[in-house]
Write a protein that binds this ligand. Sequence first.
Ligand code: ASP
Length: 697
Amino acid sequence: MLVHLALLHYHMWIGAKTASSGSAGMLHLFVRRRLHTRLGHLRSVCGMCRCYNVPLGQIYYLLPRMTHFILPGSLSARVFPVSTAAQVFFSAWTYTPCQRMEEAVKQLDPLGSLRRTHYCGTLRSEHVGQEAALCGWVHRRRDHGGVVFVDLRDRTGLGQVVFKPDTAPEAHAKAGELRSEYVIAVRGKVESRGEGAINPNMPTGEVELVAAELRILNTATTPPFVLEDDVQVDEALRLRYRIHDLRRPLMQQRLAMRHQLLQSVRATCTDLGLYEIETPILGRSTPEGARDFLVPSRIYPGSFYALPQSPQIMKQLLMVAGFDGYFQIARCFRDEDQRADRQLEFAQIDLEMSFVGIDEVLHVLEEITVRAFRDVRGIELPRPFPRASYAEVMARYGSDRPDTRIALELVDLTDLVANSAFQVFTQAVQAGGVVRALPIPDAEAVSRSELDRLVDQSRQWGAKGMAWVRVTPEGSWQSPITRYVSETEQQQIAARAGLRPGHLLLFIADRPALASDILGRLRVQLGERLERRADRPWDLLFVVDFPLFEETESGQLTYMHMPFVAPLEEDIGLLSTQPRQVRATHYDLVLNGVELGSGSLRNHRSDVQLQILEILGYSEAQARERFGFMLEALDTGAPPHGGFAFGFDRLCLMLAGGDSLRDVIAFPKTQRAQDLFIQSPNTVEPEQLRDLGLRVR
Ligand code: ASP
C-alpha cells in the first residue's frame, strides 16, 4: 500500500512538474521504466502515467481513479464526485495508452534534445551530404534482406529512411520493432539513392536518409484502414476514425489549402481596408429563415440564446457604429434537416461596408475571389466577372445559379401556343402559367426509353407531365403531340427554338417557377450526360436584380432572402403600389452552377424598413417588438451599407477538391448530424439539466 501511495504521489508530483517544464520528463521516464518493470501489476495506474503530459486540471479525473485503487469504490466516489460524462470522456482518452503501456513503456525514447531539421517531404538532391533529422509517423516499413526501409510521413509527405545493420547496428535493431503509425525521430545523413533505386513517383524519390540514430517516441494502435489517398472505405468509417483519416496525405493537403484560403482572404480584406471584428456566438434568434440552435440560459431560466445563423444583424450594427468596413471568417449554425452536403455548423467569409453601392461590393467580391484562386491554386481568373439579371438567368437557364458552361438554353413559347389545339398548353396558359421548352441539338443518343424515364423524373419534380418532340433527319416532327400542334405553330416554335434535324425539344407547361425549375434541372442533367459542358474550368457569374418579395403558397408576400435587404432606389416608389415588381439590391456570386454566396445593400432608413416589414405582414407594433433593436439602431444615424457572405467551406471544396464539404472540414458532422469520433451529440447529467431548469421528455 505504501509503495502504491508513494508511486501515486510521485506521479502527481511529476505531472505537476512537467506541466510547466520539460526537465522532469527524463527523470520521470527513467523512474517510470524502473517502477513498471518492478511493479508490473499496477495496470490500472498505467493510464495515470499519462499525467506527465496531462494538464493539471485533469488530475481531477485521475485522483478518484487513484483513490479507487486504494480505497473502497463507494468511499472514493464520495471523496471525489466526478461526473460520469467526464469519466467516460477521460477514460476513452486514456484507455488506449493504458492498454499498450506495459510493453511500450520499456521501449519508448524521449525526444530529448533531438530536433527536426527538415520535413520528410522536403528532402531533395540538394540536401545530399547533409546531416538531417526527421520526425513523423511510420507510413510503411520494408525489410529487405537485412536493410530496413521506412517511409516516414509528416504533413509535407513521405521521405525514405534506411537502416543499415553495418553502419548503425543499434538503430537497425530497433527499426525491426517499428509498426505502422509509430511516432519516431531519426537522425542521419541524406544520401543519393543511386541508379535503379530512384522512385520517380515520389518528390523525395532521389534521396534517402541513412539513419544513425532512431528514437521511438510512441507506439500506435493498428490503423483501421490503409492511410492512402485512394482508400476505398465507407465514409462512416473514415469519420469514426477521423484522426487516421486526417493523416492521409490528401486530407493534409486539403486542410493546408483551407489554411491558405483563410490567409488569402484575411490579407485581401485587410488590404481593402476592412477590419476583422468578431461577433458573439451566443446571440439572439435572427431571421435567416432556418431553425435556430438554442442555448438555454442558466441565469435566466426559460430564456435562450441563439447561435448565429449568420452575423447579419451584428455586422449591420457595426456599420451603424461607424466601423466602415468589416469582415470575419464567421461560424454560422443552422439547425436544418441534413439535405445533401450541408453542415449544421459552417464557415462564412462575412463582410459589410458603408457608403457603397452594388458596384463597389461586387468589386470587393471579385478581388477576394481572384486573389484566392491565385494564392491557393495559381489560377488567374478573367475579370470582370459577367453579370446577368435574375429575370435573364431564369429565362435562359431555369435557375438562379446556372452552370453557364452548359451550352443549352431554355425558350419561352407561351405566346406561340396560347391558342393551341393542345389543351395541356392552353389550360396552363389560362391558369396564368407558361409553356417553356428545352431544345437539345444532336440528341440522337437520347433513346425512347430514356425519354420515358425523363418524363417520370419530371413528374417526381412536380410536373404534371412532359411533352417532347424529336426532329427527324428529314426535318419533320416525331412526337405524340404532333397532331395537336398546327403547321404554323410548329414553324413558329421551330424558328424560336432554332430546331434542326436531330433536335430534341422538351416542353413543360406549368407555373412559371416550376416550369423553369424542371427544365433547368433537365438542362444540367442532359448537358452533363451528353457532354455539352464547355471545357472552361471556372465560370463565374454575378446574378443581380432579384425580386424583393416572393409569394407563399397562400399568396402572402414573403422576403426572398431576408427582411433587411434594400430595394433598388428606383423601385422604392413601387413598394406602396406594386410590391411584387420591386427589385432588390440582392446579388449572388455563382461558380460553375454553385452559389458561392450572396449579399445585398441593406435598408438604412427605418421608414423604408418599416414599410417592408408591413408588407411582410407585421403590424408596426409587431415589427417593433421583433426588430425593435434594429429599427432603433437605424434611427441613431445609420449610413447606407451593404455586404456579402461567401460560403467558405464550399469555396474551399471547389479549390481543394473533394466529394463533399466533409472533405474540407477537419471535424465535420455526418449526414445524420453526428460527430462519430467524439460521439456528439451526447446525453448530459441530470444535474446539468436541473441547473438549466430543463426536463427531457
Ligand atoms: N447574412 C446573409 C446570409 O447569411 C448574407 C448577407 O446578406 O450578407 O446569407
